[in-house]
Unconditional design. Sequence first.
Length: 425
Amino acid sequence: MDFVPSEIRLSREQHEVIDRLTECRGQVFLTGKAGSGKSTLLQIIRNNKDFQSIVLAPTGVAAINVQGQTIHSFFKFPPGIIQRYNTGIQKLIKKADVIIIDEVSMVRADLCDHINLALQANTKSKKAFGGKPIIFVGDLFQLPPVVSRLEEEFISSQYESPYFFSSRIFKSLYDFELIELRDIFRQKDQGFIQLLNRIRKNECDEEDLFILNERLLLPANHEYDEWVIHLCGTNATAQGINLKKLSELPGVPKTYPAKVTGKVNINQFPIDHMLTLKSGAQIVFLRNDPDKRFVNGSLGKVIECKQESILVSIEGHQEPLEINAVLWDQIEYQVDSQGKINQNIIGNISQFPIKAAWAITIHKSQGKTFEKVHIDLGSGAFENGQLYVALSRCKTLEGISLRHPVRYRDIRTDDRIVDFMNQFR
């Protein structure tokens, strides 16, 4: 596999899965628990130059993370309920060997149906998804699709559930394949891995709750220890913590405005449009460093805010690093003169790949790995999979502290997901 980067060492399972995915001729669902390497495999597949792929995601941040395009922007779908299909992407669809859809747990059933209809319109084929192979990637036990109150009545009247597997086209598939990754790379302790799996499937007992609630705030595990990040249920809670902690630091804050060029939707990027920091501020990195000095989710602390750079110390590193602004590209897929699919940069943003982060939302923590987390669910979990996502961000059980005790009602799993997954057992 000469398209696999030399620095990535694949397990036997991952080698086998890549072979199966590159031979994909129908529809495949690549799934696995948190930390099982789904994102790594996706990037390896998209880097295979002999296998032309289009990578899409339901949200802007998810699309940026996989260097792809949002589903809506690619298909030119309008916001809300979709009633028409753009047929101006026929050449792109024809050249694609496969379409990869990441974070499929957040793809609604109606959106899945519209993807099918748009592909059929662009291929002039009545086959499922216009006859194009589709690789769905994600974990249904993590964050669910977003259904607004205005859309709730329509979705519930048309579909058994909001999930992609309840779409009409999905129910008509006869050659659908599920590939589930079994190996876990984020955590090493088998006891913790098994505990997370029971939480994932809502199979916890009183002993599990006792083990979790031993992580309630202890004198030896303070919420404001160095290199601890708060994982919060709401954006308001996370923002409140960050503003409070920043204001408590001495000195004058420095603000770095993002510089926008071309056609860009800044809300699709994980960065701050106006990045405000002080010396001593805890920060989180928002992308992987090409020189491998940090990864998406690494924590650091600001040493000095310079005019054109920021000096930071990084968790686990002795030497400070000077961080510069980087370009964040807004891309669109196009076919070049040789008939190859390329990513056309239509605009970009220049901004530092960091933000103040004593706290972030559980939603925004998805895909990140931390050494220490302090989990604050407020009045309780309000989404399926929310507690599981929060707990599974941490490498060890010992690195977790809780602001509030975990109750049975916080361990939320949709039975429709369990029933769907059990079909493949």
